[in-house]
Design a protein around this ligand. Structure first.
Ligand SMILES: Cc1cc2nc3c(=O)[nH]c(=O)nc-3n(C[C@H](O)[C@H](O)[C@H](O)COP(=O)(O)OP(=O)(O)OC[C@H]3O[C@@H](n4cnc5c(N)ncnc54)[C@H](O)[C@@H]3O)c2cc1C
Length: 311
């Protein structure tokens, strides 16, 4: 977006806010993602209230600006060209609550999934143990239908609250929401504000034991270096990591981006990677999977930036 357009649109966005929300311009997003690469958001905001978020949504609609939601950036690859329009992040306390009422946990979209798992354990509720090692927010988890150890988030979701592009808020039952492997299509164009999760009573010892077992499994197979989690969705018939391994691509690198030696479905940032390095490595893996095995790999990581959004 040109500097002139930014100057023209900015007062319109700021005038819409009443609760102290600030809008930054040309804010680098790399440091807000776990992979740590990529360009800047034209506009960036951490809304301080639902009212301000709603006002931002309507102002963007009025000005024809695209809106991107960033969670904890743990499955988010920002292209070097940056992100057009407004990027919002629900990091304010008002969006990050976790409240327990008997067997239900009401979580804000900004709440960390790990914290939800810990709170469920504290209250003797099982079913959320698998969230212990997923480094994202509830909002990102809902959008991605995050999962591990044979469970996925929508297994325990009762209702989802979200805001539409006009700034209107809705709460609907999970039964009426389509959720698939690593995706909740509804949330592609809506902002999740939170969810009610339902647990089952169990003893603290049993829950702790399951969480410890999951943690051990995870850290026995996952790199500690900076990454964006799994790069590819598992294709039919073979886990993506195993396929990458069989293609002989473990350890393959482009610039500062390298396929993890520990897990073929992770690309790690060796310190000086660019988004271009990561993208070229992704392309190289996809090309080899197609030419040698006839498999079209789909990315799980959300590639965001330029004029387009891809899945
Ligand atoms: C080391 C590591 C391990 C991981 N392990 C797992 C795992 O076991 N299982 C798994 O499923 N994932 C895993 N991931 C990936 C990641 O943690 C999940 O996909 C998580 O759900 C992303 O949440 P986030 O808040 O970081 O979202 P982000 O990465 O910030 O965003 C992901 C997508 O969600 C959208 N989004 C974010 N917030 C909202 C919102 N409020 N409303 C609507 N859309 C929103 C974004 O626009 C983007 O499209 C791992 C990642 C890492 C780095």
């Amino acid at each position: 977006m040109s500097a002139t357009i930014v100057e023209a649109v900015s007062p319109g966005l700021e005038a819409a806010l009443i609760d102290g929300t600030v809008i930054g311009q040309n804010v680098s997003l790399a440091k807000l993602t776990t992979l740590g690469v990529g360009g800047s958001a034209d506009f960036y905001s951490e809304p301080q209230s639902q009212t301000d978020l709603s006002a931002l949504m309507s102002a963007c609609r009025e000005h024809g600006l695209p809106v991107t939601v960033l969670g904890l950036g743990s499955n988010f690859l920002v292209l070097d060209s940056g992100v057009r329009g407004l990027t919002v992040r629900l990091s304010a306390v008002v969006f990050a609550g976790i409240e327990v009422d008997e067997s239900r946990i009401k979580c804000g979209a900004g709440a960390k999934m790990k914290k939800v798992a810990a709170e469920a354990r504290r209250r003797g509720l099982s079913g959320m143990e698998f969230l212990e090692g997923i480094p994202g927010s509830i909002g990102g988890g809902l959008r991605m239908n995050a999962g591990a150890m044979g469970s996925e988030l929508f297994d325990v979701v009762e209702t989802v609250r979200f805001m539409d592009p006009a700034g209107e808020v809705f709460e609907i039952s999970a039964e009426s929401i389509e959720s698939t492997y690593r995706s909740c299509p509804l949330l592609k164009n809506q902002i999740a504000l939170g969810a009610v999760l339902k647990g089952e009573p169990d003893t603290g010892e049993a829950i702790t034991a399951r969480m410890a077992e999951y943690s051990q499994k995870r850290w026995g197979s996952q790199p500690k270096a900076r990454s964006a989690g799994c790069i590819f969705k598992n294709p039919e018939g073979i886990p993506a990591g195993k396929l990458v391994d069989e293609l002989g691509l473990k350890g393959a690198s482009v610039g500062g981006a390298m396929v993890s030696q520990e897990h073929g479905n992770f690309i790690v940032n060796n310190g000086d990677a660019t988004a271009g390095d990561v993208s070229r490595l992704i392309d190289r893996i996809r090309e080899k999977a197609l030419s040698e095995r006839g498999i079209e790999l789909q990315t799980e990581v959300q590639i965001i930036g330029g004029e387009d959004r891809h899945e």
